[in-house]
Ligand binder design. Structure first.
Ligand SMILES: [Zn+2]
Length: 177
């Protein structure tokens, strides 16, 4: 009986040892899987860090691009102001040119008036010369040279052309009636 008791205790102890070995193996497996997971987590952390860094870089790039866009906007504003200024200058020049054209037209009209006045004066002078010639002729020949176109001046009675505007003798203005 004592031998069989000892045997059974030995078997029990061997069984414990077996169980412990199994537990130890399981623990090792668990540890290894924990290590693996830790490694994966480290990898993920590193890739997250990389991602964060690249995001930060992009943000910095975006900020610098925004600065560039602001600069371009300011340049465009300046150019628009320049264009406005030039447009106003052009409009002022156009206004001046139109005023010059108006003035030129006015001068042209005044010149045409003067030309027609001179032509009128020339006609009057021709009539006066004709009357004077008739008068001189009548003084030389001792008789009045009259023709149908002659009328007496209402002021001095000298025979003058009925077309005359002023009397060649007394200067009476025949247009003032
Ligand atoms: Zn007269």
């Amino acid at each position: 009986m004592a031998n069989s008791d000892n045997l059974s205790i030995l078997e029990q102890v061997q069984g414990y040892i077996q169980t412990l070995k199994k537990r130890e193996e399981e623990l090792k497996k668990y540890e290894s899987s924990l290590n693996q997971k830790t490694e994966e987590l480290n990898k993920k952390e590193k890739s997250l860090n990389d991602l964060t860094e690249s995001l930060n870089r992009r943000q910095r790039e975006l900020i610098s691009k925004e600065d560039e866009i602001d600069k371009i906007k300011r340049e465009i504003d300046t150019k628009i102001k320049d264009i406005d200024l030039k447009e106003r200058e052009i409009q002022a020049s156009l206004k001046k040119a139109n005023e010059l054209v108006d003035e030129n037209n006015k001068l042209k009209t005044q010149l045409q008036d003067k030309i027609s006045k001179i032509e009128n004066d020339q006609k009057n002078i021709d009539i006066l010369i004709r009357d004077l010639k008739d008068h001189i002729k009548s003084l030389i020949e001792g008789k009045e040279v009259t023709h149908e176109e002659m009328i007496p001046c209402p002021n001095c009675g000298t025979m003058i052309s009925k077309d005359a505007l002023i009397c060649y003798n007394c200067g009476f203005d025949l247009t003032a009636k």
